[in-house]
Write a protein that binds this ligand. Sequence first.
Ligand code: NAP
Length: 257
Amino acid sequence: MAMASRICNSVLVTGSNRGIGLELVCQLAGSPSPPTLIFAGCRDPAGPRAQELRVLAQKHKDVITIIQLDTSSPDSISQAAKIVGSKLKDGSLNLIINNAGVNVHLELSNTGDKEMVDTYRTNVVGPMFVAKDFLPYLRMAASQAADQTSMSCRRAAVINVSTLVSSIQKCPETFAMAPMYAYRISKAALNMLTKCLAEDFKKDGILVMAIHPGWVRTDMGGQEVIDSVKGMLKVISSLTEEDSGTLLDWEGNGIPW
Ligand SMILES: NC(=O)c1ccc[n+]([C@@H]2O[C@H](COP(=O)([O-])OP(=O)(O)OC[C@H]3O[C@@H](n4cnc5c(N)ncnc54)[C@H](OP(=O)(O)O)[C@@H]3O)[C@@H](O)[C@H]2O)c1
């Protein structure tokens, strides 16, 4: 495990019942110095798809709290924010990883109104409302940090899980291997959300960036999820003010917008 010191005191991971989200919670909880509080967002905590997460949460029951959080529902997000707020020490939350996302893998001819709107709702509107509703906790964390001069995930940060195929500049290179519309367009919008939030939250000392996990062999995608998440957590834990408003990959390389 690459994380030598504690990544942060408190963290929320959305879409944590499987894939990259589940591995993020697993590696965070299993690190030598885990966060005190890990909120594992999941849209159906009691359902069959959350079985592995429930077992993991039971193993680390002092640290992991499963939170019902459907990121396609503004009501679910505001409800989750209230519940997380009631469990936070001093009302402060250091880190949000907006990981929940959908990809319908459809070319132009098969992409309808529903696919566009549903994908946008989960991949863009969800992360935006999560940032909006959890902002008071991030602000509190940022204002309470011992170091008021720098930005980091130990202080306060929002990480949006984006993708290489969101890059408009890289589109000529990546389009043929992934000619999907709803996903690409929604993740390009997520990048703009990242940039807007980074500008907006700068005054509060809150870092905002987007990360591409690499091609990971989950329901969506290549490589082993363990290595991707190790890399992502290494990148996230070493972010500074200079990285706010950027798109980086899981190895820390910059990707053009
Ligand atoms: N895998 C890759 O190669 C790859 C590459 C680039 C970027 N990414 C990005 O990485 C993130 C995670 O992807 P993954 O590969 O781990 O995908 P995955 O295996 O399909 O998992 C997606 C996760 O998001 C959750 N989710 C979807 N809609 C949700 C909603 N409305 N509310 C709450 N949770 C929701 C799913 O929960 P349910 O079980 O309830 O559906 C699941 O936990 C995504 O943002 C994806 O775009 C992945």
